[in-house]
Design a protein around this ligand. Structure first.
Ligand code: PMP
Length: 457
């Protein structure tokens, strides 16, 4: 029914034409595969606060928020001002040499995140997890890495495994197979990444114990896909096992950083990972990533390590040991100015609290609405991100999602787009401080209209 016409609806004709044009010079008309959806993506023109406006002039309440990055909503004044001020005061966009904002942001992250003593910057979350993993390999001298089934850490060969695998290829739940997520991956890639079962401490312990001599690190999203939290006992157990086995623990807080507490999931769980990967909110809407960690780990990339004052050089035997990390745009001053302004907003009294309360209010109201229509539904999440899952089965990991009614979700999501609620179909909901109570009411009303239209009630 949804796919009857070529374009999504009469309302999105200009989007459809823009997509057709883009397709000629951009594969699939999108700059990231994930931004595509059937029958065509919606092309945007403007955005303000909680609202997106597409090229047809349709307005949407935005719950995608650039995949969670825009925690202040679109075009927040404090960020705009910080960016302008940075450029105007320094006369440049980037120095290409050290500058004070690098220190300021690093100091902030050290203060906020229990597991962070030192910081290096990257330009994306992908680069942050990649650097985190190289650090673990260099530090431990071991070559392999373990990740959890269903967890996303950016799209490179080592991590493009078992993110969203078909269950008929994925094997036993407690010993998941490594399933490639892309063409171009080979057997050696699958052999280098060990797949673990999320929220299954015994399964995880067994695999880690068997592979301890090869494993440099375990990487995880403390909250899978931003909405399935690790059990507290699982998290505690994982920290203990990894420490026991000499495997580093990497928290990928690209999504969770600044969205549960300002200091990320590690503050909430009260667990110190050895290495933390950050991104998204940290850049205030500009491209960013960062890696933080314990001093002894982080310092293996210090180029001045082993410097001899008498010869004023780095000793040759130490030089060979220094781990490489570089990047033209690392620590970009405009990006860090935007990020610092964002964090400052979040640190103001009650801001984070209000964001969490608003998210909970929307969740409660949606749950109530679906209950009134006798539709089995739960919201799953923590902090300012959640998802809508049509099952009452308890959701603890990737495989549990298989119990949900995905077809209903899909039909509702397309109707919700039509009703002015923007999430990429099947995506989670992220909230921002720009979302008002009125937005919440309108969202709930749009859901009610969608239920009536899709289910004919
Ligand atoms: N890790 C996690 C947990 C993420 O959610 C993402 C992005 N969705 C990444 C890493 C990759 O970040 P980026 O898209 O900035 O490369």
């Amino acid at each position: 029914e949804i796919m009857q016409s070529e374009h999504m609806s009469d309302k999105t004709r200009v989007s459809y034409e823009a997509y057709q044009q883009a397709k000629e010079v951009i594969p699939g008309g999108v700059t990231a595969n994930i931004k595509y959806f059937d029958p065509h993506p919606i092309v945007m023109k403007e955005a303000h606060g909680s609202r997106l406006i597409d090229v047809d002039g349709n307005k949407y309440i935005d719950y995608l928020l650039c995949y969670g990055a825009l925690v202040l909503g679109h075009g927040h004044t404090a960020v705009k001002e910080a960016v302008n001020e940075q450029i105007n005061q320094t006369g440049t966009f980037i120095f290409g040499s050290p500058h004070n904002l690098e220190y300021e942001m690093a100091r902030k992250l050290v203060d906020l995140f229990p597991g962070i003593d030192m910081v290096r910057y990257t330009n994306s979350g992908l680069e942050a997890t990649l650097l985190s993993i190289r650090l673990a390999k260099a530090y431990t001298g071991k070559r392999k890495v373990a990740k959890f089934e269903g967890h996303y850490h950016g799209g490179y060969d080592e991590m493009l495994i078992s993110v969203n695998p078909d269950l008929d290829e994925a094997g036993e739940a407690s010993t998941p197979n490594a399933v490639p997520e892309s063409s171009g991956l080979g057997k050696e890639d699958l052999d280098n990444t060990i797949i673990l079962p999320f929220n299954d401490l015994e399964g995880t312990r067994r695999i880690l114990t068997e592979r301890q001599d090869e494993l440099s690190a375990v990487i995880l999203e403390p909250i899978q896909s931003g909405f399935i939290p690790a059990d507290e006992s699982f998290m505690k157990g994982l920290r203990e096992i990894t420490e026991e086995l000499g495997i580093l623990l990497i928290f990928d807080e690209v999504k969770t950083g600044f969205r549960l507490t300002v200091g990320g999931a590690q503050s909430l769980y009260n667990i110190e990972p050895d290495i933390t990967s950050l991104g998204k909110v940290l850049g205030g809407g500009f491209p960013v990533g960062a890696v933080g960690g314990k001093k002894e780990v982080m310092n293996i990339m210090a180029p001045d390590r082993g410097k001899d004052i008498l010869t004023a050089g780095v000793k040759d035997d130490v030089k060979d040991d220094i781990m490489f990390h570089s990047g033209t745009y690392n620590g970009h001053p405009v990006v860090l100015a935007a990020g610092l302004a964002t964090i400052q907003e979040l640190e103001k009294p009650n801001v984070m609290q209000n964001l969490l309360e608003k998210t909970n209010l929307l969740r409660q109201q949606l749950e109530l609405l679906y209950k009134n229509y006798s539709i089995t539904m739960q919201t799953v999440g923590m902090g300012s991100i959640f998802n809508i899952i049509f099952t009452d089965y308890e959701i603890k990991n990737y495989r549990d999602l298989n119990h949900a009614n995905m077809e209903l979700r899909k039909q509702l999501d397309y109707e919700l787009l039509n009703q002015g609620i923007y999430t990429k179909p099947m995506n989670r909901y992220s909230m921002s401080i720009a979302h008002t109570d009125e937005d919440i009411q309108q969202t709930v009303q749009a859901h009610e209209r969608a239920i009536k239209l899709v289910l004919g009630r």
